[in-house]
Design a protein around this ligand. Structure first.
Ligand SMILES: Cc1ncc(COP(=O)(O)O)c(C=O)c1O
Length: 393
């Protein structure tokens, strides 16, 4: 008999009942160190007092009001995003997938408005993940994602990662946009080198193509800059954000330059819940905290420490790990054994990590993890790695 919850997930047998900072408490009382943050969502840890206050203050006043009316919290968060990023304008969604939908629509509408409606093709890259909607799975170009869900939405071409020749060869008069994650998350913590992002920007400028960045996982302080593309010094035309910006409350956004957004006039897009007072109250508080240069300095310092300790872990367990990769607090341990075995051994050692493609164990701790917690994390990861070695001996 089908379970009452549609069985689309392979869930670990863990029932968390409480979260506090970097810690999750299981029903049986065990305390797990959370290096996953709900896949880069709980950017400021669980039950962060500032976020709890923002949410509960707003909850006592007004939960929902339609986008038919002005929403002051939404305005405040949009202003903050515009002030701290490349963007001139913002649309709020409830998830990364919805942000992907709008990014795709915005790019296509742009070319329609410019009198070049044939420029519908969006180039994407193998290993990418932009969500699970019909557009997002088509964008992934992955057989695993689209199999059985045809007809696959047209207008996407997926290219090999890092293949410059393939990229240049793919550009024809139908290409309207390039969509890429500055750091692939689900694809296995693959960092797009700064030079490549600069090169993509130059190519887009030369050919008159929109550059769309998906910073759903790597944005909002995760790499040690407010947005990951800032490391390269170039700006996108359109950017998708979600996960960390809500700190655990469902919130996403599409940020865009005025020119790229020119087709999105009244009536062309909408959302019942997108930009609701609760989500925006939390999002504004997250942004106030994370955009503070001192906070970002701290993220970079903590990231340096974690990375250094992970290099030590890899050196101590050469039978389990091949190396560390990633950016800031978005790190991946490339495994020699099956990554899931390491994640499962982590559960026994009471530390939460997340598997990713390419046999990677992902570490995405809250951005405010402390030095002591990093030390504790390493002890637990070390115990997990030792258990994997023992089990395979
Ligand atoms: C880079 C990226 N884009 C988009 C998404 C989809 O976001 P959501 O699950 O909030 O719809 C994800 C989710 O993992 C992601 O990592």
């Amino acid at each position: 008999m089908i379970p009452s919850v549609l069985p689309t997930y392979n869930r670990a047998p863990l029932h968390f009942v409480k979260g506090e900072g970097c810690w999750l408490t299981e029903e049986d009382g065990r305390r797990f160190l959370d290096l996953g943050s709900g896949i880069a969502v709980n950017a400021l840890g669980h039950a962060n007092p500032d976020l709890v206050k923002a949410l509960t203050d707003q909850a006592g006043k007004l939960w929902h009001v339609s986008n038919l009316y002005e929403i002051p919290n939404q305005q405040a968060l949009a202003d903050k995003l515009v002030e701290t990023s490349f963007a001139d304008t913002v649309f709020f969604t409830n998830s990364g997938t919805e942000a992907c939908e709008l990014a795709v629509k915005m790019a296509r509408k742009y070319w329609y408005e410019k009198g070049q409606p044939e420029k519908t093709t969006i180039l994407t890259f193998e290993g990418c993940f932009h969500g699970r909607s019909s557009a997002a799975i088509a964008a992934s170009g992955s057989e695993k994602m689209v199999k059985g869900f045809g007809p696959v939405l047209g207008g996407f071409k997926t290219l090999p990662w890092g293949d410059h020749d393939a990229l240049h060869a793919a550009i024809d008069e139908t290409v309207g946009a390039i969509l890429i994650e500055p750091v692939q998350g689900e694809g296995g913590i693959r960092v797009l080198p700064d030079q490549c992002l600069k090169g993509l920007r130059a190519l887009c400028d030369e050919k008159g193509i929109l550059l769309i960045l998906d910073e759903v996982q790597c944005g909002v302080g995760r790499t040690g800059r407010l947005f990951a593309h800032e490391w390269s010094g170039v700006e996108p035309d359109i950017m998708m954000v979600a996960k960390g910006i809500g700190g655990g409350f469902p919130l996403g956004a599409v940020l865009a330059k005025e020119e790229a957004a020119c087709g999105m006039t009244a009536g062309t897009h909408g959302s019942t819940y997108g930009g609701n007072p609760l989500g925006c109250a939390v999002g504004k508080t997250v942004m106030d905290i994370v955009s503070d240069p001192e906070f970002l300095d701290g993220v970079r310092a903590r990231a340096g420490l974690l990375r250094q300790k992970l290099e030590g872990l890899v050196a101590a367990h050469p039978d389990v790990f091949e190396g560390v990769r990633g950016s800031g607090l978005m790190l991946g341990l490339k495994c020699k054994v099956t990554n899931l075995d390491v994640v499962k051994a982590g559960y026994d050692a009471e530390v939460i990590t997340v598997p990713a493609a390419d046999n990677i164990v992902r570490l995405l701790p809250p951005l405010n993890i402390t030095e002591d917690e990093i030390g504790e994390a390493l002890k637990r990861l070390d115990a997990a790695a030792s258990a994997v070695t023992k089990a395979s001996a």
